[in-house]
Design a protein around this ligand. Structure first.
Ligand code: ADP
Length: 854
């Protein structure tokens, strides 16, 4: 069987879009063929059928309805696939005009990939959707990242370890690079990023890159960029162009990020500290979950970016902090500002959709609301020193001019699309008013006609109706059919099971008048909307500034609000190496305890400085060591985004890097054992930390044998003291390490206090000076209901280990060892009995239990 012309056309188009699933428009459906159909039917759980044959084999096919395609596309994008949308570029009628056998022209109008999504339903509202380009040049990495759904566009130069942190910090949805860069395979082995490889025959010389980019950006500004950056920008441009998504004339060259201005947080630290999600993946139980009480989506996205990239620059931090303080000091104003911002639409994404997907009434209306609220906010903040908005007269004039037009033209709550009309106010155009009058008049004539016909025929149930196939018609129950058709004026159009439908010449005429008035009105509405759209696009840079101002106000007022609500304090920030916290708290644990109505959170002090920069924290399980470590790391992050911190008082010298190694984060999927991961992460810390860094280490070395672990932990501490000199909190079970304090004045032993009372351990969660009394592991086992004989044996072994160390022969227990432990156990139990308060029966029971256990 010969290949049909449609399949031939499909194959030609598919040949240049191998990387994406081709959604091939056929009437009301998008059809997928061959392997695309197999992949999509599996991913979307839809039926796989076949259509004709190619080279003697059935062609697999599946399809999705055009009107509900968005949901299917979203599923594919979420599974990291790409979709090429191939549309019909003419109607079948137009095709036939060209020749009897011609098929409709089709072509790909857009390729949607995970990093180039624009539709609201495809995007996560509170997150940026980043496409990142990596370009290796002159032994460094140039990277450039863009969120085409909001307009964010940045770039930087970095070394490999910085790049890994950066990728983790901005978490791109899609990463692109040119093929055959062997350096990228190194990256791939460290991060789980998927890279799209672009073929390029380009010679990456500086001149060629500048020449290529000059049609999109200001050539003078391009000249100032280094060749690596030009390469990464050209990657982005090329990719967006390929996806038919390029309207870069609305972009300036990317903002250049200086990485030393941002606190370095490596990937495992970000995860361990539960900054964006808890280790179980819960957003609410993360640091961001506690502070993200922003009122707008713009603010929420900015806060997420900021908390993932705290500043290391004192001027910047103090500037943010002052803004926060101004809101903190006027809670009433803060609440008013937050109430206004909560009405603020997502102007960033509305603008991006308008720029890249064309005009639509709903987004223009959103911009109108945003602009109005902007001026209201400006008025409200006019008297403030830090947070008043002063973008300049030129900016304001631009916005006001367009706002006026939008107010005059766009109806309240307009429809989503332009299809049906009804989005422009009649009062905006006399002509539109005229068309609407004609339409209304024709419609009322139609209703009059219904009354007239009903009277004339005596059929009360005769009704004027409308559908897309017949247009306007009159309908009666079928029982009136004969009577109705007696009237010469009427002609029959359709009979259904229960009704009969007729038309008349005068109805036809009125219908024509209505339709033409409606069409004229729609055409005019679209023309007006397109003109408005153009004006909005012309001031897109101003709208971007406006959105940024609101996002920043939202973040600062939210931080002020949280500080007041949770009783946080304003930290004193400087460039010293101090970290002095009075009554610090862990905001997430505090929240959890509060929700579960447990006891109140116990605040703790911490005091590190150049003179004493390593605290060694001992204490049994569950005593609060990890909480203490994490809370201090959170305090540093919050302080460096200009926030208040959960403490009574805080003095914080800026940290340039933050490291942590906490708990088990096994990486089985990469074939590395827990201990290997622990060692990799720790090695990264001791290689990169310096005296401006802040390190928290939790139970380093526990993944191997006791002596190995102890030796490693000891050596790490010595290394930190000798060369890294970082401020460090080190929690451990190895009590032997507390000896270091005796020989090194930079170390201080502290412990999480516990008390033993009757047979119970009581946690006070207080961090106190000095080492802990013991690890109490056996005590915990006893409380957990271990059988008495196991406890006796464990205690006897512990005694031997503590006195003789681990030696195979000595450690063998003899009967006398057991006997000794049993006697101690009986003695302790007897001592704990209060003879005055127990009954003879209880005494008998205790006696029986003691006998059976020993
Ligand atoms: P460790 O690291 O010593 O095993 P954690 O820090 O994991 O202990 O703390 C265990 C639990 O104790 C926490 O989940 C929390 O419920 C409680 N906790 C810890 N610190 C405090 C504190 N300062 N105040 C109140 N409860 C605390």
């Amino acid at each position: 069987m010969q290949t049909t012309p449609v399949i031939q056309q499909y194959l030609e188009i598919k040949a240049s879009h191998q990387e994406a699933l081709l959604f091939f428009r056929m009437g009301d459906f998008y059809e997928l063929f061959f392997s695309d159909a197999e992949i999509a039917s599996d991913a979307l759980n839809i039926i796989l059928t076949k259509r004709g044959q190619h080279k003697g084999k059935d062609i697999p096919m599946c399809g999705v309805p055009f009107h509900s395609a968005e949901g299917y596309i979203k599923t594919l994008l979420d599974k990291n696939m790409k979709v090429a949308i191939c549309e019909q570029l003419e109607t079948p009628k137009e095709a036939k005009k060209r020749g009897y056998k011609e098929i409709v022209k089709r072509d790909v109008v857009r390729i949607i990939t995970p990093g180039t999504k624009l539709e609201e339903s495809f995007l996560v509202q509170k997150e940026n959707n980043i496409l990142m380009a990596l370009f290796f040049f002159d032994k460094t990495w140039a990277s450039c990242w863009i969120d085409i759904s909001t307009g964010l566009f940045k770039s930087t130069i970095s070394n490999e370890s910085q790049l890994l942190s950066l990728i983790d910090q901005i978490s791109p949805k899609e990463t692109i690079s040119y093929t055959n860069k062997k350096e990228l395979s190194i990256l791939k082995s460290y991060t789980p990023i998927e890279i799209t490889w672009l073929e390029s025959k380009k010679n990456f010389s500086r001149d060629i890159l500048i020449d290529y980019l000059s049609s999109f950006f200001d050539p003078e500004r391009l000249q100032k960029l280094n060749t690596g950056l030009l390469g990464s920008i050209s990657l982005i441009v090329e990719y967006l162009k390929k996806n038919k998504n390029l309207f870069l004339d609305h972009f300036d060259i990317p903002e250049q990020v200086e990485l030393s201005n941002i606190m370095t947080i490596d990937p495992s630290t970000r995860k361990n500290l539960e900054i964006n999600t808890s280790l179980d993946g819960e957003k609410n139980l993360s640091l961001l979950g506690v502070v993200d009480k922003t009122c707008s989506l713009l603010g929420s996205r900015l806060l997420k970016r900021r908390i993932n990239a705290p500043s290391t620059q004192i001027d910047q931090i103090l500037k943010w902090q002052k803004k926060t303080a101004e809101f903190y000091n006027d809670f009433q104003l803060t609440e008013q500002v937050r109430a206004l911002i909560s009405k603020f639409p997502d102007t960033e994404r509305s603008l991006s959709r308008l720029i890249r997907l064309g005009p639509n009434p709903r987004d223009l209306f959103s911009l109108k609301i945003g602009m109005n609220l902007f001026f209201e906010l400006k008025e409200m903040l006019i008297h403030l020193e830090e947070n008043s908005i002063n973008p300049g007269n030129f900016f304001e004039d631009n916005i006001k001019k367009v706002l006026r037009e939008l107010e005059l033209a766009i109806k309240e709550d307009p429809p989503l699309t332009m299809k049906e009309g009804g989005f422009i106010k009649e009062s905006f155009s006399d002509e539109l008013h005229e068309f609407r009058l004609i339409e209304k008049k024709a419609y009322s004539d139609l209703l009059e006609m219904q009354t007239k016909y009903s009277q004339k025929t005596g059929i009360k149930s005769l009704k004027l109706k409308y559908n897309n196939v017949l247009g306007y018609f009159f309908e009666t129950p079928i029982s009136h059919k004969d009577k109705l058709l007696e009237e010469k004026e009427f002609f029959h159009r359709q009979t259904t099971a229960n009704t009969v439908r007729i038309k008349s010449i005068s109805l036809d005429q009125l219908e024509k008048t209505t339709f033409s008035a409606r069409n004229n009105a729609l055409e005019l509405e679209i023309k007006i909307l397109e003109a408005l759209h153009q004006k909005v696009i012309e001031i897109s840079r101003d709208i971007i500034i406006l959105s940024k101002k609101i996002a920043s106000l939202d973040v600062c007022s939210t931080l002020g609000f949280i500080a007041e609500m949770h009783n946080w304090c304003r930290p004193l920030i400087d460039n010293s190496k101090d970290f002095i916290i009075k009554d610090g708290r862990h905001s997430v644990v505090e929240k959890t305890i509060f929700t579960k109505s447990l006891n109140a959170f116990v605040p703790n002090d911490c005091s590190l400085s150049t003179d004493e920069h390593l605290w060694l924290i001992t204490g049994p399980n569950m005593a609060g060591k990890s909480t203490f470590l994490r809370q201090n790391a959170h305090i540093i992050i919050l302080a460096q985004i200009g926030s208040y911190v959960p403490a009574k008082q805080a003095k914080i010298g800026i940290a340039s890097k933050l490291f942590s190694r906490i708990g088990a984060s096994d990486n089985i999927s990469k074939g590395q054992s827990t201990f290997m991961v622990e060692m990799l992460e720790t090695s990264n810390i001791i290689k990169n930390a310096d005296d401006k860094s802040f390190i928290i280490l939790d139970e380093i070395g526990r993944g191997t044998s006791t002596f190995d672990g102890l030796a490693i932990a000891w050596a790490i501490i010595e290394k930190i003291l000798r060369s890294n000199k970082s401020r460090t909190l080190f929690a451990t079970h190895y009590h032997e390490l507390t000896e270091i304090e005796k020989t090194n004045s930079k170390v201080k032993n502290v412990s999480c206090e516990i008390k033993e009372w009757n047979d119970e351990i009581i946690y006070s969660y207080k961090v106190v000076e000095g080492k802990s009394k013991g690890s109490l592991g056996i005590k915990v086992a006893e409380l957990a209901g271990f059988p008495g004989d196991v406890i006796v044996e464990a205690k006897a072994l512990l005694g031997k280990l503590q006195s003789k160390g681990v030696n195979q022969e000595d450690i063998h227990l003899k009967e006398e060892d057991f006997e000794k432990e049993r006697l101690i156990r009986v003695k302790n139990k007897l001592e704990n009995i209060d003879l005055d308060s127990i009954t003879p029966l209880e005494a008998l029971n205790i006696l029986q239990k003691l006998k059976s256990e020993n």
